[in-house]
Write a protein that binds this ligand. Structure first.
Ligand code: ADP
Ligand code: MG
Length: 394
């Protein structure tokens, strides 16, 4: 376990005292002050020093306002994800895979309270009737929570920390995600105004890469972003974002991504961006890309570039678009796919650029155009097609 993330004995002692003081304060409601904390500690027969009183006060305060015991983890530099699997397991991701931490909750009720409070901060109720929530907190952090016993081994919380500043393509080069040659290729993709999809597994860095690429878009172009839950923060002077929302408690007022894609098309976008294509909106996106909306882009969950046609087909079929029509629209609407994957070392890397090719049977297969292997760009069978697409932009 890494030392910085380990709990110290003092933290353990404070955690125990916090519970005692919380019970005490609950019996006599009033404002939370260090003085009341000290009084409560004395009343329980545990005289402690000022430092401990202040530490207990601070822990209680965080419980009331921020993310409770998770707050220090969220503030640690480089932490992108904080995951709570019930009271006894809290792990973080700092870019090198999951790391255990010394943070613990006294019991599941404490995790549940925190999950409910965070969801409430985003205007969502989390209870046994609706035991899960996926919301964006006011500071931009994305919260997903599922209450126990639906979640095992206990109430589960996943927090994704937003980057504190916009990520640029050069940052990704520095992080080892792509080599300078790969960056040159992607700059050309953006400059060529090709329609493209960024693909990869969960947490492979799709959204981050897309934001970096959008930062390269000519500042005179207008970007309209459509997202289920707003995450993209491109460094670009002309961005309009549309964010969906779930129905309220009465079941009314839902705005889905599909509707927003249609609205976006009426907003004179130079680039229509669908942050995450994961449902029926694929049909509207394909339609838009086939009716003169150039330069559209988005991310799509796929385990390999070769999987893209099947993924798109499955999503489109569920939305009522038949197989032949889907493949025909995919072939003419999407010019290329940039695929990312996370290595065993935890580093997210761009693996491949692929172009769609329609076979005699009318179905699309992805042709690998360039494989990114370490610092090398290795041409694949689609290399010529890619060169034609990017002609003038490279
Ligand atoms: N190239 C990268 N290098 C290091 N960290 C990254 C990189 N790309 C993304 N991350 C971090 O990984 C997490 C997941 O990235 P994200 O782009 O949201 O993935 P996805 O959209 O594929 O689920 C984020 O917290 C992000 O800050
Ligand atoms: Mg994403």
């Amino acid at each position: 376990m890494s030392d910085v993330l380990a709990a110290t004995p003092v933290e353990d002692e404070v955690a125990a005292l916090v519970e005692v003081v919380r019970d005490h304060l609950a019996r006599e409601p009033g404002p939370l002050t260090p003085h009341r904390v000290a009084t409560a500690l004395r009343a329980t027969g545990r005289p402690v020093g000022d430092t401990t009183v202040l530490a207990v006060h601070e822990a209680l305060r965080r419980d009331v306002v921020g993310a409770g015991p998770l707050e220090p983890l969220l503030r640690r530099p480089g932490v992108t994800d904080v995951l709570v699997n019930g009271p006894h397991q809290v792990v973080v991701d700092r870019g090198q895979g999951l790391e255990p931490t010394g943070v613990r909750f006294p019991d599941d009720a404490a995790v549940r309270r925190l999950a409910q409070r965070l969801a409430a901060a985003a205007g969502r109720r989390l209870d046994d009737a609706t035991p899960y929530a996926d919301v964006r907190l006011p500071d931009g952090t994305r919260l997903h929570a599922v209450l126990a016993p639906v979640a095992r081994p206990g109430t589960s919380i996943s927090l994704r920390v937003p980057p504190t500043r916009a990520i640029h393509l050069d940052d990704l080069v520095a992080a080892g995600t792509l080599a300078p040659d790969g960056a040159r290729l992607l700059r050309a993709v953006v400059a060529s105004r090709c329609a493209f999809l960024v693909t990869g597994g969960t947490g492979s860095g799709k959204t981050t890469l897309l934001a970096g690429l959008l930062g390269l878009v000519d500042p005179t172009e207008r970007l309209v972003l459509v997202e289920d839950s707003s995450e993209l923060r491109p460094d670009h002077p002309h961005v309009v974002g549309l964010e969906g929302r779930p129905a309220n408690i009465e079941g009314a007022g839902a705005v889905d991504v599909r509707t927003l894609v249609r609205q976006a098309l009426r907003m004179r976008p130079d680039r229509l961006v669908v942050g995450e294509v994961r449902g029926a909106e694929v049909v509207d996106l394909l339609a838009a890309l086939n009716t003169g909306h150039e330069g559209g882009c988005g991310t799509l969950h796929a385990n390999s570039a070769a999987d893209v046609p099947a993924r798109v087909e499955a999503l489109a079929l569920a939305a009522g678009l038949d197989r032949a029509a889907t493949h025909s629209q995919l072939a003419s609407g999407v010019q290329l796919v940039v695929h990312l994957a996370r290595g065993r070392d935890g580093v997210r890397r761009i693996r491949e650029v692929a172009v769609p090719e329609r076979g005699r049977d009318g179905l699309v297969r992805m042709l690998s155009a360039a494989r990114l292997d370490g610092d090398d760009l290795v041409d694949g069978p689609g290399a010529e097609r890619l060169a034609v697409l990017l002609a003038g932009a490279l």
